[in-house]
Design a protein around this ligand. Structure first.
Ligand code: PMP
Length: 350
């Protein structure tokens, strides 16, 4: 058909399954604990009449609260519809060079999708054999850099020092550090935004703040970066943050104690489960995130994945080079992890 010649054809990102019903869902790194009770209260008391009007274009109280909680000027804070939205906007805004952008391989499988969508040339930098990022690999000519820290799906953490080395040696490129999982034990590069005008730090409410269903992501950077980001956003859709999201996100940020408590619980479960998985014959890079990326010494990952699914336990498996014998297992509640461990005992000892 002739009109089909003019269609922008893409190979889309494949999100993890969202099964309903009575399953143990350890496949998309959601938080096993509910959002802060304050979120429930604010939504229950929400004044529906206010929905008649458009929301604030910057996310209003949510942007102001982020500025207060993180101690960063409002005009250095950008709010989007989940960090996928923030990252997509950042790719479109900052990666506009003839030179290839660079990011690791293995990494978050959305980066090459956005690069393809926006016709951004890219080169992937293979991780070392132990799935580590070598900072020296990022000292080369490029049109931009994106690195998740901790990396996904490996869970491996880079030090602030290593990332600063990459940022400071690439002052002609924008460096995006995707900190989707930073709250689970990593140290953020956020303080560096005042030192480097080429650094954009992206975070999310989807993991550590238990709000994947609300869709809030944010970016922090120097004023000029945030202005450019807003220019592109306003050229697509000004009113991205709806009023319910704004209210829910602001309420969550008002409850730092709850945030710290639930994150600590997830970390404690992760640390409890790590040695048990090792005992069962699994190996994985040490994880500073809310998942582990594990391979078994005898049973193929695909077989474990299928057997777990038959038992109603969902984890993530990719049939891709280098990682097809690995499973990404999100850290759930203690009882969920106990069920997982029992199932893994059966599957790996049969
Ligand atoms: N970055 C990384 C590394 C991720 O794993 C995810 C979750 N799939 C995201 C960004 C996007 O998360 P969200 O859009 O829910 O903030």
């Amino acid at each position: 058909m002739s009109w089909e010649n003019n269609v922008r054809k893409v190979i889309p990102y494949v999100p993890g399954e969202q099964p309903t019903g009575d399953v143990i869902k350890l496949n998309t790194n959601e938080n096993p604990y509910p959002p802060s009770p304050r979120v429930k209260k604010v939504l229950a008391e929400f004044d529906i009449d206010t929905l008649r009007k458009y929301p604030d274009v910057y996310g209003g109280t949510l942007q102001a609260k982020l500025s207060e909680v993180y101690g960063i000027d409002k005009d250095k804070v950008f709010v989007g519809v989940g960090s996928d939205d923030v990252l997509a906007t950042a790719f479109l805004t900052f990666f506009n060079s003839d030179k290839p952008i660079i990011f690791p391989d293995v990494t978050y499988s959305f980066y090459d999708v956005w690069a393809d969508l926006y016709n951004i040339p890219y080169e992937v930098i293979p991780l070392k054999d132990d799935f580590r990022i070598d900072r020296e690999d990022y000292i080369r000519d490029n049109g931009g850099i994106v690195i998740p820290n901790p990396n996904a799906p490996t869970g491996a953490l880079k030090s602030v020092e290593d990332l600063e080395y990459i940022i400071s040696n690439n002052s002609d490129s924008i460096v995006i550090i995707d900190e989707a999982y930073i709250d689970f034990g990593g140290k953020s590069v956020l303080p560096l935004i005042d030192k480097y005008d080429n650094l954009l730090v992206v975070q999310t409410f989807s993991k550590s703040r238990s709000m994947a269903g609300v869709r809030i992501g944010m970016a922090f950077g120097c004023k000029a970066l945030i202005k450019y980001l807003n220019d592109v956003k306003f050229s697509i859709n000004s009113y991205t943050i709806n009023k319910l999201t704004e209210a829910a996100g602001t309420a969550a940020l008002e409850d730092e104690a709850y945030f710290k408590e639930t994150v600590a619980k997830v970390i404690a479960t992760r640390e409890r489960v790590k040695p048990i998985l090792k005992q069962l014959g699994f190996d994985f890079p040490d994880s500073a995130s809310n998942f582990v990326f594990a391979t078994h010494d005898t049973v193929p990952a695909e077989e474990i994945f299928t057997s777990l699914k038959e038992r109603g336990i969902y984890v993530r498996w990719w049939n891709k080079p280098r990682i097809s014998n690995h499973l990404r297992i999100s850290i759930g509640a203690d009882e969920e992890m106990d069920e997982l461990i029992n199932a893994l005992k059966e599957i790996t000892t049969r």
